[in-house]
Design a protein around this ligand. Structure first.
Ligand code: 13P
Length: 266
């Protein structure tokens, strides 16, 4: 039985020129523009947000940004505020993506500040967490997840108003084609859900969507999404191909419909 909604995100990362972005958005509109369950959120690069918004505005696709700055406004050359994101149609933002943690050097404290500002501005937030390969090999996965969650959510009240989604993205699975097995992913998701239960309450934990990210493809999506604690996916490379992304969305949709008919039948 499904306890919560599912969210499929397409993180385009640093890909797509303006023309490519609007073309991809238009193709997605044709294929999955009327799908409301799961929630489908696309995350184009900053310069393409407004143009993509104009393409998807009258569809059920939702718009998100890949990052946000932690201050409201001011002398922060090159940064982008939550209010700016909202003004160009973004409803969602990703914080704590491993590429920002490991390539740009963002700390949990920075992630925390961004997350708090985004939630207080009314953006829905995807908080990404995940262990590196060496941390997994050293049996530190749970420690790393707990530490990233604890520090990133420091001072955050149980989500009210804006939505908080957690994305479990093992670093070793991102862009490598080495997807976590459904069992590995399920174990990490169950741990994250239990952590949320300790942090807030059983109800909050049960109602929080936890996405899996890391080499999700049309071929492996169904088996991952069928796990009881996996409530959607954050898709990188495969989200740049409209047909493949649409089939990941439809895999989630099929699972939600199966859940619904189980519930109605029971
Ligand atoms: P890939 O799907 O390309 O592995 O990327 C996953 C990711 O980082 C999504 O945020």
């Amino acid at each position: 039985m499904s306890r919560r909604s599912a969210v499929i995100g397409g993180n385009w990362k640093m890909n797509t020129t303006l023309a490519e972005a609007t073309e991809l958005a238009a193709e997605l509109t044709t294929r999955i523009g009327s799908v409301g369950h799961p929630d489908v959120v696309i995350f184009p690069p900053f310069p393409n947000l407004h143009a993509v918004d104009t393409v998807i505005r009258d569809t059920r696709l939702q718009l998100g940004a890949q990052d946000v700055f932690w201050a409201e406004k001011g002398a922060y050359t090159g940064e982008v505020s939550a209010a700016m994101l909202k003004s160009v149609g973004a409803r969602w933002v990703i914080v704590g993506h491993s590429e920002r943690r490991h390539i740009i050097g963002e700390s949990d404290e920075v992630v925390n500040a961004k997350l708090r500002l985004a939630l207080s501005t009314g953006l829905d937030v995807v908080l990404a967490v995940g262990e590196t390969e060496s941390q997994r090999e050293a049996n530190e996965t749970q420690y790393v997840l707990a530490s990233q969650l604890g520090r990133s959510l420091d001072g955050v009240d149980k989500p009210a108003g804006a939505r908080l989604v957690i994305a479990y993205e093992p670093v070793w699975a991102i862009g490598t084609g080495r997807t976590a097995t459904p069992e590995q992913a399920q174990a990490a998701h169950a741990f994250i859900r239990a952590w949320l239960g300790d942090r807030w309450s059983y109800e909050v934990a049960a109602g929080t969507s936890i996405q899996y990210g890391g080499s999700v493809s049309a071929a492996n999506a169904f088996d991952l999404l069928a796990q009881p604690d996996i409530d959607g996916a954050l898709v990188g490379g495969a989200s740049l191909k409209a047909e493949e992304f649409a089939s990941i969305v439809m895999a989630q949709r099929e699972l939600l419909e199966n859940d619904r008919s189980d519930t109605i039948g029971s």
